[in-house]
Design a protein around this ligand. Structure first.
Ligand code: SF4
Length: 422
């Protein structure tokens, strides 16, 4: 029996990226066809210069291409140029974005060195001021952006949505013969808040090449609906993020599900994964997750991939789990150096497999892979290099020997004296 496969059924590519207007954020292009940019945000008090410099440096080293910092009061605004300067001295020119709420217009006016040091200003139209003050204070920040030649992100967040706009839309909805759900009206208010604010900024004189929009909500389905709609209604560059995503696996899954679907639709020019760290936890986790999301979906390559089987009853020893973890950790720790020393190393694929069922097959697909012996199998681990069996490792030092082989492979393939075959 033959099975006919319709050609459409085997297409596996994402939708083409939506065309957006590119925005230069301190030398990093967002939108305009540029690769999706990874960004993150500090959780230090910006006035604590040592802590902020250390965290920005860690985020940048982990791969964050833009870092946002809180600018909430005079002390933090005064610290911004010092943070910038200290980073420069460390050789780090990662663009810094100032996150402003309520008094951004005043802080930027009172601290010109802060306005200059920042690469972008983030404005939340929902809390830039209220009633008659709102447009004035919003305009002041936009004028400051024009004066200092900086882009802005108009970042709407449904936790701080413009209540006057929402009330107006709710009232109109209630009076309509076919009212929509309150949730749908709220989504519309979020989108309108972003679009109306962008229109106002452009009217004041800030060009579209200086405006990025975001419209963050905390529910996956709402985020997908909001951004699909927003991207149909504007060609502004879009910043994606699920707000209040949460801690641990919940935050990772929710952010990946929401942003994965949007990226697959071609929507999104920069992403931030808003994870709540464990107390004292590592802030760089959000950068790692953002990179892994983009890499697993095939949009960008940041770091070598380690394919490991999940393990099952055929391999009750922990050797392969330990080896997969060691290789993964080795790669992550060494990556900042490897990036410079071994150009192209991020394309490397390593496989660590638990038994003969899928081990040799998966290992052959990797650049270098090992198939460890499962329960009851001969204690031998064939290693495959570039699809061909290279050696069979035996004895108690299999893990260390394989690690050495991976290091050697990287040196040969990506090092200065890379083999002639490359
Ligand atoms: S490769 Fe072997 S050990 Fe790993 S999941 Fe498959 S059957 Fe189980």
């Amino acid at each position: 029996m033959t099975i006919q496969t319709p050609i459409d059924a085997i297409e596996a590519d994402p939708a083409p990226r939506r065309a957006t207007v590119g925005v230069d954020v301190g030398g990093v292009l967002v939108g305009g066809g540029a690769p999706v940019v990874v960004q993150s945000m500090t959780n230090t008090d910006t006035a604590d210069i040592d802590a902020t410099v250390a965290q920005v440096a860690a985020l940048s080293k982990a791969g964050s291409e833009i870092v946002r910092i809180t600018v909430d009061r005079d002390e933090s605004a005064a610290a911004v140029p010092k943070v910038r300067e200290r980073l420069e001295r460390l050789g780090m020119n990662v663009p810094l974005v100032g996150d402003f709420h309520y008094i951004g217009h005043k802080l930027l006016a009172d601290h010109p060195a802060c306005a200059e040091a920042l690469a972008k200003y983030r404005i939340n139209p929902g809390n830039v001021g209220f009633r008659d003050k709102r447009d004035k204070q919003f305009s002041d920040i936009v004028e400051m952006a024009i004066r200092y030649d900086k882009p802005v992100r108009i970042g709407v967040n449904w936790g701080s949505l413009d209540q006057e706009l929402l009330t107006r839309l709710m009232d109109a909805n209630n009076a309509s013969p076919k009212p929509r759900s309150a949730r749908a009206v709220t989504r519309e208010a979020i989108i309108q808040s972003a679009l109306l604010s962008a229109a106002l900024a452009e009217e004041i004189g800030l060009p579209k090449t200086k405006i990025i929009l975001s419209a963050k909500v905390s529910q996956v389905q709402d985020l997908i609906a909001v951004y699909r709609d927003l991207s149909r209604r504007t060609d502004h560059a879009l910043h994606l993020g699920l707000t209040e995503a949460g801690m641990g696996s919940k935050g990772i899954v929710a952010s990946s599900a929401a942003m994965g679907i949007l990226l697959q639709d071609g929507i999104g020019d920069t992403i931030r994964v808003s994870l709540t760290p464990e107390p004292g936890g590592d802030r760089t986790k959000e950068v790692q997750v953002a990179q892994e999301l983009l890499q697993t979906m095939g949009f960008r390559q940041f770091i070598p991939v380690v394919a490991a089987c999940p393990g099952c009853g055929r391999t009750t020893s922990t050797v392969f789990q330990e080896l997969a973890e060691k290789i993964q950790n080795d790669i992550r720790v060494n990556m900042p150096v490897w990036r410079e020393k071994y150009p192209g190393v991020e394309a490397l694929n390593v496989a660590v497999m638990g038994c003969i069922v899928n081990g040799p097959g998966e290992s052959k697909h990797a650049d270098i892979g090992i198939s460890l012996p499962g329960t009851g199998e001969t204690p031998a681990a064939p290693v495959f290099v570039d699809g061909k069996k290279s050696v069979t490792l035996r004895g108690p030092n299999i893990a260390a020997e394989f690690q050495a082989m991976v290091a050697d492979y990287i040196e040969r393939r990506f090092g200065q004296g890379r083999s002639a075959a490359e």
